[in-house]
Ligand binder design. Structure first.
Ligand code: NAD
Length: 479
């Protein structure tokens, strides 16, 4: 580790603290602009070691922040995919770093050309609270693989985790390699206003807009990983015994506090009651005895719990049918038992805002084209799910809609594959990461042309005359 003494900073002034850290990281970067494979691999190895050493403390801290989140959920969603991403990066790093030879058109020959993949410098990463470890350290994996330094800003709604992360990172990296800045929206605002070489922001669409604006002032490029309402289409050809367990698993993982959770279900009108019965039975199978089931994650804060309660109440008041899918809620433990909502008007919050909780609106449809139009008249979703057996209908949905990513006949899983780029589109964000896509998002692909001793370009030097006219005609025709 290339340790260095950082200047003293006023901890009460987050802007100064952030500026000082950024200066130190930029100075560190300038000493080794394009780190070699061994340096990058060593950073990734230390990151992996840190995750292993801190696994139990991370699981405990995350559970403390939620009120209850089973260690198995954190292991499944935060630890295992993160370690897989680090392993994947280490396995492929040499190939990703290699310069790409490019063959030139005859007009460029006999020069040669390569594309070099270089680090951008210092990357700022802002993450939300729902999968606080994975959504912070998976972008960091791409940043370190690409040879960057990074500053991390975890969510203030995950204070125990943020403290653990700050300690773990300080133990593993020098401050000019990777540093953690903790604090609320004021710190977050100062952080995203700092002149990073790239920012990766994961969070809500509303805050994402502010981040994009702040970054624009510095011309800092941003990857925006946002949210939105991700639909699940149950096709007329669907078999509920296959589809419903997968849908319920994706909806209730982390109690619906998942960016790619299926937000609502489009269901053939004549099968809505059968669907409801299948969902209710499956909820009972996966989470018997709610609200006293320890496998079920609590809602992150009283404010978020009250919001979910309001969504359901508003839907009920506007005439929607509200169906309790399990036992009652437990507000003290912030256990919000799953609820289905049928026929809520478009203007209600449950139909217009991302739900981010265990409420499942059901939207009945008659023709597939109606379901496709329903999706296309709304913001572009982060994820889309299609369940069914009819390949023709599947193709109509895949080619007829635009979404950040799709899983066919399951939920969530496209996110867990390092060879698939992950990112939103439109209101669900822009840019992508994971695997090589993450490496490239945080690299500069620098084209380099190397001129040969023999070059014909001088035939086009002035003074111009009949010969240059003839050359231009030739180039216009064959160039
Ligand atoms: P949020 O937007 O409220 O907060 C995210 C982060 O932004 C936090 O670290 C917070 O401190 C910071 N922040 C708050 N105000 C800010 C400001 N003015 N300027 C800069 N940063 C600011 O989101 P959340 O409630 O933590 O997370 C839930 C949202 O995140 C949902 O919309 C969900 O869909 C989305 N999400 C997206 C993904 C994805 O990969 N696309 C993953 C998880 C969550």
């Amino acid at each position: 580790m290339d340790g260095q003494v950082l200047p003293k900073v006023d901890m009460a002034d987050p802007g100064a603290r952030i500026a000082s850290l950024l200066d130190a990281q930029k100075a560190g970067w300038a000493k080794d602009v394009t780190p070699d494979h061994a340096t990058r691999d060593d950073r990734l190895k230390r990151l992996d070691r840190m995750v292993v050493d801190w696994q139990e403390r991370f699981c405990a801290a995350i559970s403390e922040d939620f009120g209850n989140r089973p260690a198995v959920v954190t292991t499944l969603t935060d630890i295992v995919p993160l370690r897989a991403a680090i392993r994947h990066a280490r396995r492929h790093l040499k190939r990703w770093m290699r310069p790409r030879r490019v063959s030139l058109a005859w007009t460029g020959q006999p020069a040669s050309a390569v594309i070099l993949r270089q680090p951008l410098g210092v990357v700022g990463i802002v993450a939300p609270w729902n999968y606080p470890l994975n959504l912070m350290l998976s972008p960091l994996t791409g940043a370190l693989a690409a040879g960057n330094r990074a500053m991390l800003k975890p969510s203030e709604l995950a204070p125990a985790f943020s403290e653990a992360l700050a300690k773990a990172v300080a133990e593993t990296f020098t401050e000019d390699e990777v540093a953690v800045v903790t604090g609320g929206p004021e710190v977050a605002t100062a952080f995203t206003s700092a002149p990073f070489d790239h920012l990766i922001f994961t969070g809500s669409t509303a805050v994402g807009r502010k981040v994009a604006e702040a970054a624009a002032k510095n011309l800092t490029p941003v990857t925006l990983e946002l949210g939105g309402k991700s639909p699940a289409i149950l096709d007329a050809s669907v078999q509920f015994d296959k589809a419903v367990p997968r849908l319920v698993w994706g909806k209730l993982l982390n109690s619906g506090q998942t960016c790619v959770a299926p937000d609502y279900a489009l269901v053939p009108r004549d099968r809505v009651q059968d669907f409801l019965a299948a969902v209710k039975a499956e909820v009972d199978r996966q989470y018997p005895g709610l609200p006293a089931n320890p496998d079920y994650t609590s809602i992150i804060s009283p404010r978020h719990f009250s919001r979910l309660t309001r969504l359901v109440e508003e839907a009920r008041e506007t005439g929607a049918e509200v169906v309790e899918l399990a036992g009652p809620h437990d507000p003290d433990a912030r256990v919000f038992s799953p609820v289905a909502v049928i026929g809520a008007p478009d203007e209600t919050a449950v139909m217009s805002e991302e739900i981010f909780g265990p409420i499942l609106p059901i939207v009945p449809y008659d023709m597939l084209e109606e379901a496709i139009a329903y999706i296309n008249h709304r913001d572009r979703p982060l994820a889309l799910y299609w369940f069914g057996e009819d390949k023709g209908a599947q193709e109509r949905v895949l080619s007829g809609t635009i979404a950040g990513g799709v899983t066919v006949n399951d939920t969530i899983l496209h996110l867990a594959q390092d060879d698939l780029p992950f990112g939103g589109v439109g209101a669900s964000g822009y840019g992508a990461y994971h695997g090589e896509a993450g490496f490239l998002a945080l690299s500069k692909e620098k084209p380099v042309l190397k001129q040969s001793r023999l070059s014909a370009v001088k035939l086009l030097y002035p003074p111009y005359g009949r010969f240059s006219d003839w050359m231009l005609k030739l180039l216009g025709r064959f160039g």
